[in-house]
Design a protein around this ligand. Sequence first.
Ligand SMILES: O=C(CO)[C@H](O)[C@H](O)COP(=O)(O)O
Length: 229
Amino acid sequence: MKTTGGSEVEKRNAGERAAELVADGAVVGLGTGSTTAHAIRALGRRVEDGFEVQGIPTSYQSADLAREVGIPLTTLDDAAPAIAIDGADRIAGFELIKGGGAAHTREKLVASAAARLVIVADPSKECETLDRPVPLEVLPAARRPVSEVVEGLGSTPDLRLAERKDGPVVTDNGNLVLDCDFGRIEEPADLAQKLASIPGVLEHGLFVGLADTVLIGTETGVEERERRR
Ligand SMILES: O=C(CO)[C@H](O)[C@H](O)COP(=O)(O)O
């Protein structure tokens, strides 16, 4: 499993706290990544103790882990999540960059369908202003035209390459990922709108107005932030 940033203790503290927020009987969106994996394992332990939940996975990774720890799975066709738990690559307040694991399309789908999105992360993910490349999931046939539009927006798109195979990362949906560096993103909502309107872009990794709760794990506990609506 890809691991990033902070310590396992920080990630585990955030993930385990998120699992406590899930109510008995709930349908829960299962995000992707090393921090969310702690939440999935903690939920699995609750299921072993008789707790009833159903998970909606956002990737092969989260589906496989959920099966391994005994969480029954369902789909958005059959149920709406009361809560979704997911990680993030950068967090500025409640605005996020996601997609480090190339799963942001299904992550955004599940997060948008959930009544509450809980983000779990270690302190290395926090920043004042979003400042990392934004992943775009693009149809393979759209790579060149999308790149040209993105260049017009002031970024140099970088095709994400696989670590354990020659060639590009191919997402769980069979598409490519362009990592697009826009420098400091002062107006994420504005950029999100522009990226969403490019033909051939399945989804971008800016999550604006979606996160309700941010849990930052520390070595000794969890810092919790709740968005006021
Ligand atoms: O967006 C994601 C996958 O697409 C992950 O949630 C994000 O990369 C954070 O992962 P980790 O908890 O391993 O740092």
